[in-house]
Design a protein around this ligand. Structure first.
Ligand SMILES: [Zn+2]
Length: 117
């Protein structure tokens, strides 16, 4: 999980550290701890799904566009992309340049939506 989402154990440590009454109630009931763990795992998955669904900003996408090489990948027999210098790729791995282009494929720059005539 990310730094901003504490694990169940970190939350327990926090409760122990700041509030002895709550800590006693919380830690005394094993069922509550298990229920809390289940809730936290579900919550973590939800937070992660939201993050994964977030689209990068137009600024980031413009930057990716600027950094992307227009040339196609050219793989050697070891799987490395000779065209872009990613020589340590294994067969079947995607060149970051190809990945960036895939990411850009569905992207419409801000202010250009509906601009096609
Ligand atoms: Zn490549």
């Amino acid at each position: 999980m990310t730094e901003s989402t504490p694990t169940a154990e970190e939350v327990r440590d926090y409760i122990r550290a700041v509030d002895h009454v709550t800590a006693h109630m919380f830690l005394a009931a094993a069922d509550s701890v298990e229920a809390f763990d289940r809730w936290l795992v579900a919550h973590d998955a939800e937070v992660q799904a939201e993050r994964d669904a977030e689209e990068p900003s137009d600024q980031i996408m413009t930057l990716i566009l600027d950094l992307t090489d227009p040339d196609d990948c050219s793989f050697d027999h070891h799987g490395g992309c000779q065209a872009h210098g990613y020589l340590s790729l294994k067969p079947g791995e995607l060149c970051p340049q190809a990945e960036a282009k895939e990411r850009l494929a569905g992207w419409v720059p801000a202010g250009q939506e509906g601009a096609e005539t």
